[in-house]
Ligand binder design. Structure first.
Ligand code: GRG
Length: 295
């Protein structure tokens, strides 16, 4: 069995090609929109959400061809959220994944359409191919992604985030915001990967518990990195939360307590998977990676 780094690199390389094939060619009209979509998705990002889908798929004995569609769908939604989040009407940032943000490289109207089109493409990927023999389950997967990315999930979390700028909020309120904004899509990535295979409801619930913990841990670590790491390492502007007067785990709890919280969530995530034994090796390693990452 390959070591973790080799497993990650092999999936990242293979998945880049999957995305290249799935995205419309920049030679096809409207060329500028298609070029901007490819610019925003390809050659960048850690691909954490697809990796979680692949690891959950491996645990569930899924066909990798099916997981490719699920992983692409979550990564396209993620890429759309980053493009929109960077726009002047939201976070107004110029740097993402070490390169100019979409609206800077192209223009604002194009960036808006890139996000719209990537979101549609995500649902096309999840619905147009036969992801196994159970059509009802596939429909459930489409709904799962819709809820995770909509107003009760990521978009809703973003709305709360924008509304919280400059305000005092409590730790439970911050947690609710991040469970939606960042956690919902991470959770969906794991469940979608698992749905490509076969697990019973009790096993899916354990994976969902893992997803909830690791989704929140991801955000706590993101807050710590924003306060401690530099722009070159992150590939996006560091220190933005403080500059934008945004409540974070670091501003509310302090760095030490935020790190402790991430460590606690990490342990809870690992415990949720204990019954799977060696089958959950990749998910365990991804939990370690998410909590210990430096970018
Ligand atoms: C615009 C509807 C809408 C939602 C935006 C996810 C999000 C909601 C905004 C991104 C802002 C942000 C920095 C959130 C913190 C956590 C996060 C999602 C970080 C970026 O994800 P990574 O680290 O990025 O997985 P890469 O580039 O590696 O894919």
């Amino acid at each position: 069995m390959p070591n973790f780094q080799a497993w990650i690199s092999a999936h990242q390389l293979r998945f880049e090609e999957v995305l290249r094939q799935m995205l419309p060619s920049a030679d096809i009209a409207p060329q500028r929109l298609h070029a901007a979509m490819r610019y925003s998705v390809l050659d960048g990002g850690k691909r954490v959400r697809p990796l979680l889908a692949f690891a959950a798929g491996e645990l569930a004995g899924a066909d990798i061809a099916c997981v490719n569609y699920a992983a692409a769908a979550v990564e396209l939604i993620h890429a759309y959220s980053l493009v929109h989040d960077d726009m002047p009407c939201m976070d107004n940032d110029v740097l993402r994944r070490g390169k100019a943000t979409c609206h800077v490289e192209y223009d604002e109207a194009t960036a808006l359409l890139v996000g719209d089109a990537l979101q549609s493409l995500a649902f096309q990927m999840l619905s147009e191919s036969r992801l196994g023999n159970d059509v009802a389950k596939q429909l459930q997967m489409v709904k799962l992604l819709a809820v995770a990315s909509g107003s009760r999930g990521m978009a809703g979390g973003q709305a709360i985030d924008l509304d919280s700028v400059g305000k005092q909020i409590s730790v439970p309120e911050l947690e609710q915001m991040h469970i939606r904004k960042t956690g919902a899509l991470i959770r969906a990535s794991i469940l979608l990967g698992a749905h490509c295979g076969s697990l019973d409801q009790a096993q899916l619930d354990k994976l969902d518990r893992y997803g909830k913990c690791i989704g929140l841990a991801f955000q706590v670590v993101d807050d710590v990195l924003d306060s401690e790491a530099d722009t070159a390492t992150l590939g996006k502007t560091a220190g933005k939360d403080k500059d934008n007067d945004k409540p974070t785990y670091v501003t509310l709890l302090g760095v030490a307590a935020a790190k402790e919280m991430a460590a606690g969530l990490h342990q809870e995530a690992l415990q949720s998977l204990s019954e799977f034994g060696s089958k959950s090796r990749r998910l365990n390693e991804l939990a370690d990676f998410i909590v210990m990452r430096k970018f």
